[in-house]
Design a protein around this ligand. Structure first.
Ligand SMILES: CC(C)(COP(=O)(O)OP(=O)(O)OC[C@H]1O[C@@H](n2cnc3c(N)ncnc32)[C@H](O)[C@@H]1OP(=O)(O)O)[C@@H](O)C(=O)NCCC(=O)NCCS
Length: 385
């Protein structure tokens, strides 16, 4: 309904849209929990497959459940030749996020939606949308490089298999583990724009694939998923730690935003950024290349000093360090947002299921009408001007 008076909240800030038991975010304290488990522990001790189980089944699996779950997820990794054909046929200049959004909807036509229009759905059984997103991103990069499809390996972790399918060679143990931890850190983040999009589409009883495809469209936007790409642009622009001071003075004078800094919810350092920094330190050490880490630490130091002087402290978010980690894993910048999507797809699916299975009601807010009052239609010959 349109109402003509009242208040509203731009961007729905401060509005509680629904209940959830998936994720708890404590902005003032800088804490994040998936189903009650601290993000730091999950990133350091678990892996993407187990965290996906946790998000979808509301508990950590037993040994037998995890073995069965891993086998099920891994069995879905291979993408049909028709989908490979679609990836090949996509325009060369298109962004992989556009491809991903289309391909997820296309994959849907290869999956039987047994209970598509009822409150429960078979998403937990099929898992193609979670697993194949990674295979699509890896294949997209191979095809862009003029190379062929690599068959997935069922003996590798989710993160390691992604790197394997992208490179065509087996990654080192630490590379697979780091990739997996990055995906755990990005798997879920409460009612953000893309997750809310997924819930709105799911509330109409559309398929989970359509909901995920819509969420990918929301994630593609530069205010949401694209920050880690921009951090890397900034590092390339600065070049070395000794240039940070002058660059920072200029950026602040020009009122430019320092990418990877600040967060709508966190008022202290993003808890994910501590773990991401550890991962960056480890990979920098292993590769013997500390250049990106050194520039980032100098930016963090110099930005903090300047912002504290202004009485407006701002701290790194998860994306401050992630682009550097991906770069050291040999992943091109254009894949950073798709990698975010291939991790967040687990969280989206958990929210879609929660939306449908816990008293679904279609989203239908009201609007505050600010347009003209009722008036008669004017025939074209009588219109002025
Ligand atoms: C994340 C972000 C969008 C949060 O936005 P928000 O809560 O709406 O905060 P605002 O953009 O309104 O910023 C509030 C103030 O802090 C400043 N600010 C916020 N982030 C800043 C940054 N990264 N660099 C410099 N100044 C920043 C703004 O200029 C604004 O200053 P003002 O009060 O003088 O106008 C914002 O901090 C940002 O754009 N960060 C950089 C992009 C990024 O890293 N995004 C990834 C998020 S995970």
């Amino acid at each position: 309904m349109s109402v003509e008076s009242g208040t509203y909240s731009k961007g729905l800030e401060g509005i509680i849209a629904d209940e959830t038991a998936i994720c708890r975010l404590d902005g003032p304290k800088g804490k994040l929990f998936y189903r009650g488990y601290p993000i730091e522990e999950l990133a350091r001790k678990s892996d993407f497959e187990e965290v996906t189980y946790l998000l979808l089944y509301e508990k950590l699996p037993t040994t037998a459940e995890l073995a069965e779950w891993r086998a099920r997820m891994r069995a879905s990794r291979d993408i049909p030749s028709q989908v490979q054909g679609m990836i090949h046929a996509f325009p060369a200049g298109a962004h992989p996020m556009q491809l991903l959004q289309s391909v997820v909807a296309y994959i849907s036509s290869y999956v039987e939606h047994t209970i598509q229009h009822s409150a429960t759905c078979n998403c937990r059984q099929t898992l193609h949308q979670v697993v194949q997103t990674s295979s699509v991103v890896a294949s997209c990069q191979r095809f862009r490089d003029g190379r062929g499809y690599v068959q997935p390996r069922n003996d590798l972790s989710h993160g390691a298999n992604f790197l394997y399918m992208m490179r065509g060679t087996e990654p080192a143990e630490y590379e697979g583990r780091i990739m997996d931890a990055c995906m755990v850190l990005h798997a879920e983040h409460e009612f953000n724009a893309s997750t809310f999009t997924a819930r709105v589409v799911a509330s109409t009883m559309s398929t989970c694939y359509c909901s995920i495809s819509a969420a990918m469209g929301a994630l593609f936007g530069s205010l949401h998923g694209g920050a880690n790409e921009k951090v890397l642009d900034m590092l390339e622009e600065i070049g070395s730690p000794d240039k940070v001071d002058a660059w920072m003075d200029k950026a602040i004078a020009e009122k430019r935003k320092v990418m990877g800094m600040g967060h709508r919810e966190y008022k202290v350092k993003d808890p994910r950024s501590y773990v991401m920094e550890e991962l960056l330190q480890e990979i920098s050490e292993k590769k013997g290349d500390h250049r990106l880490y050194d520039i980032l630490k100098e930016i963090e130091k110099q930005f903090r000093v300047r912002m504290e002087e202004k009485g407006k402290p701002l701290y790194p978010n998860v994306d401050f360090f992630s682009g550097a980690v991906y770069t050291l894993l040999g992943i091109p910048k254009i894949l950073f947002t798709p990698i975010f999507a291939m991790a967040r797809v687990s969280g989206w699916l958990a929210h879609i299921l929660e939306q449908r299975e816990h008293g679904n009601r279609i989203y239908r807010p009201e609007s505050l009408y600010k347009g003209p009052a009722e008036r008669p239609y004017v025939p074209i010959a009588e219109r002025l001007g």
